[in-house]
Design a protein. Structure first.
Lengths: 116, 113
């Protein structure tokens, strides 16, 4: 159980393009979804937290107008990297969690984003 | 800012050896998770520890949560090449009314046959 699907797994695009990444919880209702970024040989850094039906809460230093997050249902959240530039190239990972206490986060398989 | 110091950062051992990975913090966590991540994939949950002093075993892996819920350890007995991977600890904390995970930098384990 607790499967999280992330799509696409790999994106290569030109600078200036906007890229949308989807995160779905397949077998549970995800009250909260999280978006992380992981640079090579580094750990996961939280970008934002989103609760279904409300605006995302962004971490300090993360531009909300550049990284648009939508969490319109209990099973789907999307991250759109707008006007992506080479410095946005990274491994983006989503996670989802239900609403019971101490429930762990379950992670998707990540999206490798490469901006040329 | 809460920090979770994980050590060692790199570990290369021979098959059959034992090892311990540590996560330490000055902050108290409501729970702590250990994940394993393969290259190009998302982290996979191994265990969650909640109670101070709690010990959980998963086959050859033993996880311990410190009494004060500030630190944790992962001990692997008789390591095998299949144990190779990046091990991440993550502490759960309440910030700004929402529960978040603070990750350690990870321990890259290589088990040589």
């Amino acid at each position: 159980g607790a499967v999280v699907s992330q799509h696409p797994s790999w994106v290569i695009c030109k600078s200036g393009t906007s890229v949308k990444i989807e995160c779905r919880s397949l077998d549970f209702q995800a009250t909260t979804m999280f978006w992380y970024r992981q640079f090579p040989k580094q750990s996961l850094m939280l970008m934002a937290t989103s609760n279904e039906g409300s605006k995302a809460t962004y971490e300090q230093g993360v531009e909300k107008d550049k990284f648009l997050i939508n969490h319109a249902s209990l099973t789907l959240s999307t991250l759109t990297v707008t006007s992506a530039h080479p410095e946005d190239s990274s491994f983006y990972i989503c996670s989802a969690r239900g609403d019971r206490k101490n429930q762990p986060q379950h992670f998707g398989d990540g999206t490798r984003l490469s901006i040329l | 800012t809460q920090l979770l110091e994980q050590s060692p950062q790199f570990l290369s051992i021979q098959e059959g050896e034992n090892l311990t990975v540590y996560c330490n913090s000055s902050s108290v966590f409501s729970s702590l998770q250990w994940y394993r991540q393969e290259p190009g994939e998302g982290p996979v949950l191994l265990v969650t520890v909640v109670t101070g002093g709690e010990v959980k075993k998963l086959k050859r892996l033993t996880f311990q949560f410190g009494d004060a819920r500030k630190d944790s350890s992962l001990h692997i007995t008789a390591a095998q090449p299949g144990d190779t991977g990046l091990y991440l600890c993550a502490g759960s904390t309440l910030q700004g009314g929402s529960e978040k995970l603070v990750f350690g930098k990870g321990t890259k384990l290589t088990v040589n046959p």
